[in-house]
Design a protein around this ligand. Structure first.
Ligand SMILES: [Mn+2]
Length: 345
């Protein structure tokens, strides 16, 4: 019934358009641990489909982070798809792996065909129709391209749609700084501004609403800094005890990993989060090392300069042992990647 994934991007886009035109109810999903692009791209599709007279149901396994809760439609995201529903198709955003949709993601009987809207480089097999462009600045860009193919004009977007698009752009390009910043990103940012988005208003809402707990947490995490691989790898570690001491929650964590990457002489910055019998690793590269490929070795994925993976505890009763082993594995993988990537200095 559906074209195989190796069909051309244009054929896949045409088929997605046909399914959406012919359907009425759509499930809108994204990867767990929502970030500005995952939620932003979901909301681009949700507002866009509503504009076209369709009904949408928003799902994510995790709660919406506090810093994104102001976005119009964020309050509609449900952590479970309530029983008895059937959808004509499901749009999955910013996601390259099935497990990132959570255990509550419904069966094919409920979801209908899966349309993946994504820009990740390191992915596993997911989706009946795959709209994936690794050159796209964000998943929101791919979602906007689909809306354009459905007849939504970029020049006159409803403010809530324009805002969602803008958030996806600024979050994934680091406010137009990362190498994925390209003319299409600026074109869509211009369209968003023409539709009424104000940059400073968005910046205030996204980045100028820190809790005091987040600063207390910073004072716990920064002293954990370690340098490895001749200083080229910088690691920060966060655990539940630090959260308790700072009276903080995961909502207060923020982008700690950027402090590690920003150091002079560092090629890879990493943040290790120890929580719930799992060790979650976030890596950021300045460009020399492809951290997406590095994380894929541990079953994770992502992009050239930003990626993540999860490492299970070897011994849930002894956190220190599990953490030491995870660090050793990570350091040796980074060492390999650094050795096989040409040095810039
Ligand atoms: Mn993204």
């Amino acid at each position: 019934m559906f074209l195989p994934a190796q069909q051309t991007p244009l054929a896949q886009l045409a088929q997605a358009v046909e399914i959406i035109r012919g359907g009425q109810r759509f499930l809108i999903a994204a990867h767990s641990r929502l970030d500005g692009d995952a939620l932003g791209s979901m909301l681009v599709s949700a507002h866009g489909l509503q504009l076209l007279g369709k009904e949408v149901y928003l799902y994510n396994p995790d709660p919406v982070p506090r810093r994104l809760a102001w976005m119009t439609g964020a309050g509609e995201v449900r952590r479970k798809v309530s029983g008895g529903q059937r959808f004509d198709a499901t749009l999955i955003h910013d996601c390259g792996a099935r497990h990132l949709l959570g255990d509550q993601f419904p069966t094919a009987h409920v979801t209908g065909p899966l349309i993946v809207i994504d820009h990740h480089e390191v992915v596993s097999d997911l989706g009946d129709i795959v709209l994936r462009d690794q050159e796209a600045g964000s998943a929101g860009v791919v979602a906007m391209r689909l809306l354009a193919a459905l007849g939504v004009r970029e020049e006159a977007l409803p403010l809530e749609l324009a805002t969602a698009l803008f958030v996806s752009l600024v979050e994934d390009t680091g406010w137009f700084r990362y190498p994925n910043t390209n003319p299409e990103v600026f074109r869509m940012a211009t369209a968003a501004m023409r539709s009424g988005v104000k940059t400073w208003e968005v910046a205030l809402l996204l980045d100028e609403q820190l809790s005091e707990a987040s600063l207390r947490l910073l004072t716990k995490v920064l002293p954990t800094l370690e340098r490895h691989c001749n200083g080229k790898l910088a690691l920060l570690t966060l655990d539940d005890q630090m959260l308790r001491e700072a009276q903080a929650t995961m909502d207060d964590v923020g982008k700690l990993v950027n402090y590690a990457r920003a150091l002079r002489g560092v090629d890879i910055g990493g943040q290790i989060t120890v929580s719930d019998d799992r060790i979650y690793v976030s890596l950021r590269s300045k460009g020399r090392v492809h951290v997406g490929e590095l994380c894929a070795r541990f079953g994770g994925g992502g992009h050239h300069n930003a990626a993540g993976c999860t490492i299970s505890f070897v011994d849930p009763s002894d956190v220190a042992v599990s953490l030491a082993r995870a660090k050793a594995l990570l350091i040796s993988a980074c060492e390999d990647s650094l050795n096989s990537s040409p040095s810039s200095d």
